[in-house]
Design a protein around this ligand. Structure first.
Ligand SMILES: [Zn+2]
Length: 92
């Protein structure tokens, strides 16, 4: 914990500090990234995407689309704005 965090917690600072405690749907950049242009569904034939607005999770079977309506918040979300889980890194 930093002094800045406590300053924020006790109302001594207007801006919350960046920390792991920021959880308004907030895609953790270590876990979710915007869909990269070269994305393929891969061997499993499907990928999980997360809506950047409401966090609703949806499964896609291909990336041959430009935008999709989120079933959670009904917003049309551009393909490259959807969030995709970062592939686990295999060490082999
Ligand atoms: Zn949504």
């Amino acid at each position: 914990m930093t002094k800045r965090f406590f300053d924020w917690l006790w109302g001594r600072s207007d801006q919350p500090p960046k920390s792991d405690l920021d959880f308004d749907f907030a895609a953790d950049p270590r876990t979710f990234v915007n869909v990269p242009k070269w994305t393929r569904v891969g061997r499993s034939g499907q990928r999980d995407l997360c809506c950047p607005h409401c966090g609703f999770s949806t499964i896609v079977h291909d990336f041959g689309w430009v935008a999709r309506i989120c079933a959670g918040c009904s917003v049309s979300v551009d393909k490259y704005h959807w969030l995709i889980e970062v592939q686990p890194v295999h060490k082999d």
